[in-house]
Design a binder for this molecule. Sequence first.
Ligand code: A5P
Length: 199
Amino acid sequence: VTSGQTVGLGTGSTVAHLLPALAERGLTDLRCVATSPATAARAQELGIPVEPFERLARLDVAIDGADQVDPAGWLVKGGGGAHTREKIVAAAADRFIVIADHTKLVDKLKPPIPLELLAFGLPATLQNVNPAKLRDVPNSPDGGLIADYQGNVSDPQELATRFDQVPGVVDHGLFPPALTSDVLIARGEEVEHRTPFSD
Ligand code: A5P
């Protein structure tokens, strides 16, 4: 991240380490958007300016964590229920950087896959994403309910397409490899930098 950039800030315990590191850089003229109220509040406490994501159309860079990273670069996100905002921010960024420790690496993606659902028609939507369980958490900042798909994830593209076709699904936590430009994987003191996913 350099001074003057527009930056998307992710959500979660990994991003909680990123924010003070970013604040310490003392960069000027940053314009940041946050993927959750928790990140917005923490960033502002640290002096990182955050503005609503209604004023910016593109971001130079977005940085976030992940729950799972598979060898092809598919991600599962949304452990914290913020995946809809996270995907909007990632898709708006020229460069989407994921920070994960090695425990997030998986040979194959596995459930749960987080879902954000509209309350309207919820029983019908739940049938269409079966098997899924509603999470006992507050609604997302955009009013959606958070559920977890518990079924087979052997073909992430097929499953993502299935979710995309259900009208009551606001978004799901499967992030395709094409969204991600860089994955930084921490193993002890070592950091592996993977960039196999961009065009
Ligand atoms: C939030 O909704 C998630 O997508 C997080 O970005 C992801 O779960 C990683 O979180 P941790 O850094 O807390 O593991």
